[in-house]
Ligand binder design. Structure first.
Ligand code: ZN
Length: 135
C-alpha cells in the first residue's frame, strides 16, 4: 500500500551549487548528505512539509545519474512513493505483469529499502518505491 510521496529525486551536475538554490533561495534545510557507492551517487536530502527533495550527483562518469543527465539533462529524475511493505508490493506488481527494474528490494540512502519500477511501466516516469522502518 502506498502511504505518501516520500521524496522527489532530482539529478544535478553540481550538488554544492544546487544545494545553494534550495537552501539560500528557497529556505529549505539540508537534513544530510550520503554517498551510495553501489549506485555511484552522492545524495542530499531536504525535507519540505511531509515529503523531501533528494538531490543526486553522480560520483562516476558511468553512474546511472551521469547517464541520465547525458541523455535528458539535469532535472527531475524520479518520484519515490513510500509503501508499508515493499516485498509484498513488488510481488503484487509482478503478479500484475508490471515491469520492474528491481525485483527484490535493495538498500538506498538512509538505510531505506528501495526498488525501481521500469519507466515503460509507468508512462515514462521513473518510480521508486521505498520502505522506511523507523517511520
Ligand atoms: Zn530516491
Amino acid at each position: 500500500m502506498v502511504l505518501k510521496l516520500d521524496h522527489i529525486g532530482i539529478a544535478v551536475s553540481n550538488l554544492d551549487e544546487t544545494l545553494k538554490i534550495y537552501t539560500d533561495l528557497l529556505g529549505l534545510k539540508l537534513a544530510g548528505t550520503e554517498t551510495v557507492e553501489e549506485q555511484k551517487v552522492k545524495t542530499a536530502f531536504l525535507p519540505v512539509g511531509d515529503t523531501e527533495v533528494e538531490l543526486l550527483e553522480s560520483t562516476a562518469p558511468d553512474g546511472p545519474i551521469a547517464k541520465h543527465i547525458e541523455a535528458r539533462g539535469a532535472g527531475v529524475q524520479h518520484l519515490a512513493f513510500r509503501v508499508d511493505d515493499l516485498e509484498a508490493t513488488l510481488a503484487e506488481l509482478k503478479a500484475k505483469g508490471v515491469r520492474l527494474i528491481d525485483e527484490k528490494p535493495r538498500y538506498g540512502a538512509g538505510g531505506a529499502k528501495i526498488a525501481f519500477l521500469h519507466p515503460k511501466a509507468t508512462n515514462g516516469v521513473l518510480v521508486e518505491l521505498c520502505q522506511r522502518d523507523e517511520a
